[in-house]
Design a protein around this ligand. Structure first.
Ligand SMILES: C[S@@+](CC[C@H](N)C(=O)[O-])C[C@H]1O[C@@H](n2cnc3c(N)ncnc32)[C@H](O)[C@@H]1O
Length: 247
């Protein structure tokens, strides 16, 4: 485990939390259960399905828009986040939600505690999946699901750092995907499709679906600048994995 990197991610999120909530909070909070950077509704995608009655853990809950929505529908949800500042935003938005301040790499829960672990560009993006997926598999019950949305390999290999834009050209090596420097020591991770599949299999998770959310034309995003502007309607910018722990 690279603890320096975990600490760096926490420092960065504590520092940017109030800016992030101002910049992106309105889009994420526009209505309940919107997936990803272009806010594609869960009712279109059906990635989580009905969650009432499930014991659920949001891994990197940020302002807890998702956890709050599932709690309102009758799930027993815990919001977990590495950043105290992000949890402050969660507490302000959903006062009664159980919150845990911890890293996804070392989950403070007994094995088999949850029916569902999920996140939307949360800890499965902001940690090394080779550390986090085993922890997720441990805390899931047999038959439980890990469902998460993260940046697609496409968006990463088409990203142009000099213009800070996602472009229509292949710019970096697909096979070199992995850790991405987010500044000040923080990192996100994007794996190849094959590498994700092997991490899941090594931890007893089978892929039930790989949803590629396609936004409506002109759907706004406060996260990415793209060239062409309708990039995400033409190529998959995000991968929404639906996996299940085998018995
Ligand atoms: C992009 S936000 C996503 C949260 C929410 N879905 C949203 O859209 O705002 C990423 C969140 O993951 C949290 N995070 C980053 N690394 C983490 C880790 N290793 N363990 C737990 N949470 C982490 C950050 O603090 C942040 O709140």
């Amino acid at each position: 485990m690279n603890w320096e990197q975990v600490k760096a991610n926490r420092r960065v999120w504590d520092r940017i939390s109030s800016w992030y909530q101002q910049a992106h909070g309105p889009q994420i909070s526009r209505r309940p259960k919107l997936w990803g950077a272009w806010s594609v509704p869960e009712e279109e995608l059906g990635a989580l399905g009905p969650t009432a009655g499930l014991r659920a853990l949001e891994l990197g809950c940020g302002g807890a828009q998702w956890a709050g929505a599932l709690a309102a529908e009758g799930a027993a949800v815990i919001g977990l986040d590495l950043s105290g500042e992000q949890l402050r935003a969660a507490r302000a938005r959903v006062p009664d939600l159980p919150l845990v301040h911890a890293a996804a790499e070392t989950l403070p829960f007994r094995s088999g505690s949850f029916d569902l672990v999920f996140c939307d560009h949360g800890a499965l993006s902001w940690s090394n999946p080779r550390d986090t997926v085993p922890e997720v598999a441990r805390v899931l019950v047999p038959g439980g699901r890990l469902v998460f949305n993260t940046a697609s390999p496409w968006v990463r290999v088409c990203y142009d750092g000099s213009s800070d834009r996602v472009t229509a050209n292949l710019r970096s090596s697909y096979f070199d995907l992995g850790a991405l420097d987010e500044g000040d020591g923080a990192r996100t991770y994007t794996l190849t499709y094959g590498a994700w599949t092997r991490v899941f299999r090594a931890n007893g998770l089978v892929v039930e679906d790989l949803i590629e959310p396609q936004p409506a034309p002109n759907a706004p995003s406060s996260y990415y600048t793209c060239d062409p502007a309708d990039w995400a309607t033409r190529w998959p910018a995000e991968t929404l994995w639906v996996t299940r722990k085998t018995q």
